[in-house]
Write a protein that binds this ligand. Structure first.
Ligand SMILES: [Fe+2]
Length: 354
């Protein structure tokens, strides 16, 4: 039996809590009945999983966040609530501009210029928005047989954002603009890679810490893994890798993290077979259902903020793909930790595809 948890928080929460969400005025929001909520100044936190993930209410997105609220969100994502890593905000009312502004409050933003440079046309008006939709530039459904349609299949594998670039992603902020009808799929699943590391057998944990493997991440490798026929002629070793320590400290929580993803092509210093064996063992371990939480997108304006340096995520498919538009846009914040650049040269070189 799968132990994956799907959130259905709004229907579980009392009406008083729901209507109080996203307003910082008036009395504090009430505690949820299951005792997992916590109030922290402006915002209310409801846990979604035993080890990570939370739904946050009480944030007013109708104007730029004040420093106090921003500090609370940062703390929720990091220090005081180190286990969360994934924060869900419902019906934020954010648009492109305020979405980008929220991301900018969390750090320096990545952009899609490498994709435009590779020949992709931008449907959206801002280079800071990664188009994670199934929509073509003419507004119709994206043909799944195009290069972009085939490349999107890679998002169905658990991964972290931008680990293949010299400077990896820290936070990602994914916002709903348009959803398929309920029941057609399109959820997003997350995996807790710190809990996965904690649970490794002692001898394997010891080996990883002692040998300190370097993982080589490639966008082309994960694309090829997900769509082997379409990308049969692509050779990942023809492109630059993003090189990062496989196990490293997640600094803001002071916990060790297994920094693994479908992008990992090989580990340095090992024979190919042994390298693949270790990668597959760790990836299968970290993606077990018990480490996962699945987020159901419900309304325009729903936003999930996650930390790529302590979680993986994947798109969960569904029947909508060839039938209904799903318009999701992502703002990506460069990692600000001391290991943001991994073992890479600090260059502007980034990967992109048409
Ligand atoms: Fe992603």
């Amino acid at each position: 039996m799968s132990t994956t948890q799907t959130t259905n928080v709004a229907t579980e929460m009392p009406q008083s809590t729901r209507t109080a969400a996203f307003s910082t005025s008036g009395p504090p929001t009430s505690m949820a009945p299951n005792g997992t909520n916590a109030e922290h100044g402006h915002i209310t936190i409801k846990k979604l999983h035993a080890t990570f993930g939370a739904e946050v209410s009480g944030v007013d997105f109708s104007r730029p966040l004040d420093d106090e609220t921003l500090a609370e969100i940062r703390a929720a994502a990091a220090k005081d609530f180190a286990q969360y890593g994934v924060l869900v905000f419902r019906k934020t009312g954010l648009d492109d501009e305020s979405h980008i502004a929220f991301g900018r409050q969390l750090g320096e933003l990545d952009d899609i210029t490498p994709y435009l440079g590779a020949g992709r046309a931008n449907r959206l008006n801002h280079v800071e928005l990664f188009d994670v939709s199934n929509i073509a530039t003419d507004g119709g459904l994206l043909n799944p047989d195009t290069a972009r349609g085939q490349a999107n299949k890679g998002n169905n594998l658990f991964h972290v954002d931008s680990s293949f670039n010299p400077r990896r992603a820290g936070y990602s902020l994914l916002l709903v603009h348009e959803l398929p009808p309920p029941g057609m799929g399109g959820h997003t699943a997350f995996a807790d890679t710190r809990a996965a590391f904690d649970d490794l057998p002692d001898d394997l944990k010891k080996e990883l810490l002692e040998r300190n493997y370097i993982a080589n991440h490639s966008m082309w490798h994960s694309r090829k893994l997900a769509a082997p026929d379409f990308f049969a002629d692509v050779e990942p070793t023809d492109y630059a890798f993003g090189r990062h320590q496989l196990v490293q400290k997640h600094e803001v929580s002071d916990r060790m993290n297994l920094y693994i993803a479908a992008h990992v092509h090989h580990l340095d210093w090992l024979e190919e077979k042994e390298s693949r064996r270790i990668i597959d063992t760790l990836y299968e371990h970290a993606t077990q259902p018990k480490y996962q939480v699945e987020i159901e997108w419900r309304d325009k304006g729903d936003l999930v903020l996650w930390d790529n340096t302590c979680t993986m995520h994947k798109a969960v498919g569904g029947d909508f793909l060839r039938k209904y538009r799903r318009d999701m846009r992502r703002v990506t914040v460069h990692d600000g930790s001391s290991t943001a650049w991994g073992l890479n040269d600090k260059t502007a070189l980034r990967q992109g595809m048409p």
